[in-house]
Design a protein around this ligand. Structure first.
Ligand code: ATP
Ligand code: PAF
Ligand code: BAL
Length: 277
């Protein structure tokens, strides 16, 4: 696996990979776990080579404490990527992506506005800007993102369509621990008690999805799911909503392609999750 730290080497290295066949890109912020590795594995099924990036993007952190606390495990990450069959990894320095005087932002209206967008102001503009830059730098045929960050996936799909980037955006199903908690780099911050109580998040979503499928009233079902989270110690519950899967518009009755999405804080850790309905 080629490890690129010097941005001058990136163009030649990606060009060489593209000459050899199709290329898939997996952007990450590091602290890799099996969820990330499932993106690499899916990339290998869809392209001849997979490249990854590790960059904790300051532009998408509205909370400086969250950025400081973000786990960094570079040596283990590089070993895991190599083991997973990744051909190249780029670890940009902040000035490689944001040179002196950087003044351009990609913002995706509508789909970014609610939920994560409301609770993390500026977050999706930060994500869309860095992902646009990474897609332009690599020019892959396909790029893979986790369904765990459902709204992020929808924002990226909208951006790639709107900018005509012609890159296939693939969503990969959420990898969970045996009991159902979605893998997340931020799970390392949970105490043993919080980790046990955090299970209420996937459980509340699973139960609510089942009830809605069975025809239950949507507002009543969402209120019951929020009450379960509160009982488990989640505070605040930033949102728990039934939404249109593509536009993220809220729904108060079952209709079309839907998703249940939620974000809530347990102790000092903010978790997000979502389920199909
Ligand atoms: N459990 C998971 N299953 C599948 N994909 C995942 C999972 N967790 C993260 N991903 C995907 O991996 C990519 C990189 O995510 P990132 O580096 O932010 O890790 P993360 O675990 O989502 O971190 P955090 O949850 O703390 O934001 C994103 O496309 C994300 O959706
Ligand atoms: C897509 C991404 C790598 C952009 O920084 C990040 O938002 C993430 O890890 O989900
Ligand atoms: N995994 C989404 C990126 C973030 O939480 O900042």
């Amino acid at each position: 696996m080629q490890i690129i730290r010097d941005v001058q080497q990136l163009e030649n290295a990606t060009e060489a990979l593209r000459r050899r066949g199709s290329l898939a890109l997996v952007p990450t912020m590091g602290a890799l776990h099996p969820g990330h590795l499932s993106l690499i594995a899916e990339g290998l099924k869809r392209a001849d080579a997979v490249a990854a990036t590790i960059f904790v993007n300051p532009l998408q952190f509205n909370d400086p404490g969250d950025l400081d606390r973000y786990p960094r495990t570079e040596d283990a990450d590089l070993a895991a990527l190599e083991q997973a069959g990744c051909a190249l990894v780029w670890l940009p320095a902040p000035q490689d992506l944001y040179p002196e005087g950087f003044a351009t932002t990609v913002s995706v209206a509508g789909v970014s506005d609610r939920w994560e967008g409301e609770h993390r102001p500026g977050h999706f503009a930060g994500v869309a800007t860095v992902v646009a830059k990474l897609l332009i730098a690599f020019r892959p045929g396909v790029a893979l993102f986790g369904e765990k960050d459902w709204q992020q996936l929808a924002v990226i799909r909208r951006m790639v369509a709107d900018l005509g980037l012609g890159i296939d955006i693939v969503g990969v199903p959420t990898v969970r621990q045996e009991d159902g908690l979605a893998l997340s780099s931020r799970n390392v911050h949970l105490s043993a008690q919080e980790r046990a109580n955090a299970l209420a998040l996937p459980q509340a979503l699973t139960d609510a999805a089942q009830s809605i499928r069975a025809g239950a009233d949507v507002p009543v079902t969402l209120a019951a799911a929020k009450a379960k989270l509160a009982d488990a110690g989640f505070d605040p519950i930033d949102y728990l909503a039934l939404v249109d899967a593509a536009t993220l518009e809220p729904l108060d009755a079952a209709r079309g392609d839907m998703r249940l999405i939620a974000a809530a804080v347990i102790g000092k850790t903010r978790l997000i999750d979502n389920m199909p309905v």
